[in-house]
Ligand binder design. Sequence first.
Ligand SMILES: [Zn+2]
Length: 391
Amino acid sequence: MKITASSNSVAYGEPGIFRGHFSFADPRLSGYMWPLCEIRGDRDGPRLCISAGVHVNEVAAIEAAVRLQKLFDPRKIQGSVSIIPLVNQPALYKYSEYVCPLDGKNINFSFPGDPNGSFSEILCDAIMNEWCVGADCYVDMHGGDLRENVSKFTIFQHTDDPVLDERARRMAMCFDAELVVGLPVAHIPKPGRPPTGFASKNRLAIMSEAGANGLVDEASVQFHVDGVLNVARALGILDTPSTEFQRARVPCDDYIWVACPTDGEFYSEVEPGDRIHKDQRLGTICDLFGETVAEIAAPETGFLLWRITHPSIPNGSPVLAIAVEERAASQRKGDIRTQQSQTTIRPWHGTNVRFKPELLQKKGNTDENHNDYSITHRGFVACCPVGTRQG
Ligand SMILES: [Zn+2]
């Protein structure tokens, strides 16, 4: 790790506030320097790593990472807080949506990374094993790329380890969220978000999401800031009282992506955070003559996590996502085996799409179910790789 301190900085590793830049050890990452602020207390204690800017247009999260640097007093904290305010350095000033421009991969879906992989995968490996080494928790802040509006929510990863599971849930509940999403255990074997990649190594990471359309809005910034401070309190880094919670923090245990069934203009009938019912119409897809060509219906009862705000959406591209409320503890108890044997990450339910009959005929399908079947099997992964979007 090569480190350059700013003029107003303590030496790296000393108590106080370090400000500067560093490069990761791997020579394939050496073309970039990452900004780093690390606040180290006089007293040893837990280590919290915080980042933003994996998606460079998610600016409320980046602003939160800037403000947080001034909210930890090294004389008052126990342990250390390390902040990288903008992870996706190759995307800086390129305004790339979702991906790292060097390899076209979504860093957010490349954890735990691969030291022999492409730039994004090497970076994820370095984040986990170089920067976050020894961290008690890693919080990656997101939300609101150029064409999306997200609810205020957090993500953690369910695991088979009840102790890690409970710690992860507790950290995710530190944010004043509308929704708290625990990803199914079935996510763990595949490359995924930081909570998933860290959980695959029995480590703890969570994500916070708030923001819209590449704008810095105060409520979203505050959501991220307050949540991270509460995480620091839960870890024992800060000994001040937690902020109060105003939102419901509804526990959810499934995250369903819905893709656009055809090229067209999306007219949404729901907004992030809305409660929605299975089969409820969530919006319509129209052509440029204003004619409805498809309707999107809710695949499950739950809440709208986010939606795309730009009306023009191509066939197969994600249009919205739904979180499914966790079943009551009593219902879950006898059902553990069912949950653990769920191996499908449901990207998209074919049954949530209703085409106009004329369109079905045009497509050579007169049977709506048959059409749904073909849509399902055309599949989200084929139409829109997970790596192209955030989440
Ligand atoms: Zn993001």
